[in-house]
Design a binder for this molecule. Sequence first.
Ligand SMILES: C[S@@+](CC[C@H](N)C(=O)[O-])C[C@H]1O[C@@H](n2cnc3c(N)ncnc32)[C@H](O)[C@@H]1O
Length: 274
Amino acid sequence: MKVFEALRKTEEMFKNNGVVDYKSDARFLMQYFLGCNSTEYILRQKDEVSESFFELVQKRISGIPVQYITESAEFMGLEFYVNENVLIPRQDTEILVERALDFLKDKKNPVVYDICTGSGCIAVSVSKMAKVKVAAVDISEKALSIAKINAERNMADVAFVADDILNTKIDFSGADLILSNPPYIRTKEIEKLDVTVKCAEPFIALDGGEDGLVFYRKISKIAFDSLNNGGAVMFETGFDQGADLTEILEAQGFKDVEIIKDYSGNDRVAVGIK
Ligand SMILES: C[S@@+](CC[C@H](N)C(=O)[O-])C[C@H]1O[C@@H](n2cnc3c(N)ncnc32)[C@H](O)[C@@H]1O
């Protein structure tokens, strides 16, 4: 079968099996299988594809996200290595990185942390794009080893620390910016998530406790106790958590609390200034 025929067949199979991004997933898988970029791909439409391509297609249909199959995800225009030990970087998280870059614009040698770093997508992008050193924290050694690979591949200046932020042993004092995309899904809601998130992505990356806010409360306190005056804490939030975050940050003493919406009009980033 030729590439263009296999692609059409794959799109059809994905569509019939409820794969939402069936066109882009089919294309990513094919490019991965052929080992080519999008430009080379166009020139290879009439190449023959072996049947083993359809083993990858079946994996996707079984619920494994395409990024785990290809072990690759794009974030802020950079490439990240991913596997099932880390959350796949989301486009929504780029809003947090953009806000952090704006904050860092005129800062000299700022002290920056990324708590709950996972694949390192936030720490690596901020370090590379703002040309600053970032310290990145996660409880998972497996996630940290992936984040290290990503810092090396992208030549970013990131130091990694293993720590349970809910019982932290780190002294964050003197920080200028604390970033975090922590687990924020309410425990009971994890069951209701799409199968590709619920079954494939690490539970520890999702579970934000009974009300989804456990990490926000803890990190807000750490941030207020540690940030320099004028420093900022910035979180990614769930689509309906803006009001809760405003309350948590204001109760903690932060001023100029800001909730930034994503492109779908949902709450996405919360900012507090000390
Ligand atoms: C939602 S993921 C975010 C990953 C990454 N920052 C991103 O934006 O794609 C949350 C991360 O928090 C980490 N985590 C969970 N519990 C933690 C804890 N108690 N202390 C530190 N990190 C924790 C998980 O291992 C996971 O990598």
